[in-house]
Design a protein around this ligand. Structure first.
Ligand code: ATP
Ligand code: MG
Ligand code: ZN
Ligand code: MG
Length: 468
């Protein structure tokens, strides 16, 4: 990419989250991820260009040196920081403004620093030829897949109902969403086909910001903005039909239901793919921490015992990293306070303790090593805080599953024996999986986490917990 020849007409709006806005190149499989600021600060940016550059470099380092070790580098694309001409960024921000959903416009795109993160476009990988069927890509933001240990929580509901399900009540009560999603992450992370299918079905029904489908790099299914209506599943089916109907005469009358079923099965299989043996996330299973009481999945329906997630699967790696949060926010908070107190007394210790990075091998070592008991030192408290923050990143990341339709002649080849066993017929897709949105969570966000946790739990006990 030649940054001195940037033309805003080569880029278009692609999507955004709470922290960043993403534009994609119209021709090459590249995206630019730009920072966002609260709209109230739009006149005076909250940080200098150097600080913005540093922040994005920190994101790259955190992803490439820390998260990729924990999650598996085959899933991770960390990208690189680029410096863009300010005129290009300004024109770009004007161009994309009208495509932005209104509910995201409480923040504005950073047009001052000229810094951005350049990444491969994971929704349209490789330059697929226009003549071939474009890839389908599914983005899932799975959220936290386990219950905290009862040892560390003050309200026993937290050990029975998962955070996502409680948070749904809070969001509907606060007006963020009109309807509650019935998706439960514990079902998705169960490794059990039936439970996973059930979870994906509910993601599809109420996608909120946890589920999107792209076709040839274009978003064709996501939550409907500011609408009381549920999203248009028929429109999605219209896009999916050609992929699942195939040339096979016998399947040309496939019902909508059958197409949706096939789509969900292919997706679940892609999420379970991985060469490895069945995993050993036993700690969670044994303590009964893998079933959420709010999930509508009927436990009796599990026809065979859960075999857990394959050790090499994307869900297994994400779950293991999430489980670095061993203390829950309640158990962690006193350790946070110890570090905070120490930093008040010795501000210069902030850099030695790597509170805001740098994210390097030494940082990773602290995160991995700290399975030990708390010995009362500031070092062990910092390590626990780092672990918690890393787990928070893993609870907030997204999974991108790309499904590439196989060409006719290769349809029977290249299938792993595992895949063959799983669905007893060749999949019409080859799949690849990546993880995105792996930004470090700031140390100072921890008090906010505790307050939010308290609000969510008390709201649930007041409203949702009482419902049948
Ligand atoms: P969040 O609010 O979830 O923290 P965020 O502000 O950190 O989000 P991202 O999730 O990184 O932002 O990006 C916003 C959206 O842009 C993603 O949900 C995804 O749809 C799209 N996106 C991000 N990175 C890529 C990529 N490399 N390729 C394709 N699409 C991408
Ligand atoms: Mg995101
Ligand atoms: Zn749940
Ligand atoms: Mg993010």
């Amino acid at each position: 990419m030649e940054v001195d020849k940037m033309d805003e007409n080569d880029w278009k709006y692609h999507g955004e989250g709470n922290k960043s806005l993403v534009v994609c190149h119209v021709q090459f499989p590249r995206v630019l991820r730009l920072l966002k600021y609260p709209a109230a600060d739009s006149e005076n940016p909250p940080q200098t260009a150097e600080q913005a550059f540093r922040q994005i470099q920190n994101m790259v380092d955190f992803s490439s040196k820390v998260m990729s070790n924990l999650l598996g580098d085959k899933f991770i694309h960390s990208g690189e920081v680029v410096k863009l001409p300010l005129e290009f960024v300004r024109q770009l921000s004007i161009k994309i403004q009208q495509q932005r959903p209104a509910w995201r416009c409480d923040k504005v795109m950073d047009i001052y620093s000229g810094c951005a993160l350049c990444l491969p476009n994971l929704t349209s990988p490789a330059l697929h030829q226009a003549t071939l069927t474009p890839p389908l890509c599914i983005e899932i933001k799975p959220k936290c897949g386990f219950l905290p240990s009862p040892k560390h929580v003050s309200k026993d509901i937290k050990a029975r109902v998962c955070r996502y399900c409680m948070h749904q009540h809070f969001k509907v009560a606060g007006g963020k969403w009109k309807r509650r999603s019935l998706y439960c992450p514990l079902d998705l992370f169960s490794g059990n086909q039936q439970r996973m299918t059930f979870a994906v079905r509910h993601l599809l029904e109420e996608p909120q910001n946890n589920f999107k489908v792209f076709k040839g790099g274009q978003c064709v299914y996501s939550c409907k903005e500011s609408s009381d209506d549920p999203p248009d599943v028929n429109a999605l089916l219209h896009h999916l039909r050609p992929y699942f109907q195939g040339n096979n005469r016998s399947s040309s009358h496939m019902t909508n239901k059958a197409i949706l079923n096939d789509f969900i099965q292919v997706l679940v299989n892609a999420l379970l793919s991985g060469r490895g043996d069945e995993g050993a996330v036993t700690d969670r299973q044994e303590e009964g921490r893998s079933f959420c009481e709010a999930s509508l999945f009927n436990r009796e329906r599990v026809s065979h015992a859960s075999r857990g997630l394959p050790a090499d699967s994307v869900l297994f790696r994400i779950l293991q990293t999430q489980m670095l949060d061993t203390l829950d926010i309640e158990g962690l908070f006193p350790l946070y306070r110890r570090v905070e107190q120490h930093l008040q007394d010795f501000p210069k210790e902030r850099s030695r303790l790597q509170v805001d990075g740098p994210y390097n091998e030494a940082f990773l070592e602290k995160v991995q090593k700290c399975r030990m008991e708390d010995d009362g030192s500031v070092e062990s408290a910092v390590a626990k805080v780092h672990q918690y923050c890393v787990a928070m990143t893993a609870k907030d990341c997204s999974i991108m599953v790309v499904l590439l339709p196989r060409e006719e002649e290769e349809e029977d080849e290249g299938l792993s024996p595992l895949r063959r066993l799983r669905d007893f017929r060749p999949s019409p897709f080859s799949s690849s999986v990546s993880i995105l949105d792996l930004d470090p969570k700031p140390f100072d966000s921890i008090p906010r986490q505790l307050r939010l946790d308290q609000k969510i739990v008390s709201c649930y006990l007041r409203t949702g917990g009482a419902l049948p």
